[in-house]
Design a protein around this ligand. Structure first.
Ligand SMILES: [Fe+2]
Ligand SMILES: [Fe+2]
Length: 178
């Protein structure tokens, strides 16, 4: 961990919490979209349900921290509600592997994002850092589960994941700001 020096940006836990809550909310919406399309008895749907319940737990934790710290959610929440669901439904309509590729792409960006936050926090805000560190582990498990379920064999995997990852980066940078 690098010590903070004058002129460097100080970590901003309020903005971090806002973007993280937005991300976890988006994740629940993606999985809701996928579950609306996937056949409930399919192995893919069972995996998605398991991951979705973890996202619910992540979201609930950030909701609680936001309430405690009086942090407002991003104003973009209604957009993430629709965009997340649409992304989930669209990928699941393509194929089960495409649905997995979506998780693979999203979790790859979230892993990077959470790691960046942990680096930025350093020794600051250990409460938030502990949650981020634990959730990051679980997001990596989601990514690995998606790969094990064949994400990389989805038709158009490189293009699709690149596009979804770019979308995630845009959503992250917007949710930090507003
Ligand atoms: Fe999550
Ligand atoms: Fe996840």
């Amino acid at each position: 961990m690098k010590p903070w020096r004058p002129g460097q940006r100080r970590p901003d836990p309020t903005s971090m919490l806002r973007v993280d809550q937005a991300g976890e909310y988006g994740a629940t919406r993606i999985y809701a979209g996928q579950l609306a399309v996937l056949s409930p008895s399919s192995p893919a749907a069972k995996l998605v349900s398991r991951m979705a319940s973890q996202e619910q737990r992540h979201l609930a934790r950030f909701d609680a921290l936001m309430a405690e710290r009086r942090v407002r959610p991003t104003v973009l929440q209604p957009i993430w509600r629709v965009a997340g669901f649409a992304l989930g439904a669209a990928t699941a309509l393509m194929s089960e592997r495409a649905a997995m590729a979506c998780t693979d792409a999203v979790e790859t960006e979230i892993d990077r994002h959470y790691q960046d936050q942990l680096d930025e926090l350093g020794e600051d805000d250990p409460e938030l850092a502990a949650d981020i560190a634990q959730f990051r582990e679980e997001e990596l498990e989601h990514r690995d589960a998606a790969r094990a379920a064949g994400s990389e064999r989805a038709v158009g995997y490189p293009v699709m994941t690149a596009a979804i990852r770019a979308g995630c980066r845009i959503a992250i940078s917007l949710s930090k700001r507003v």
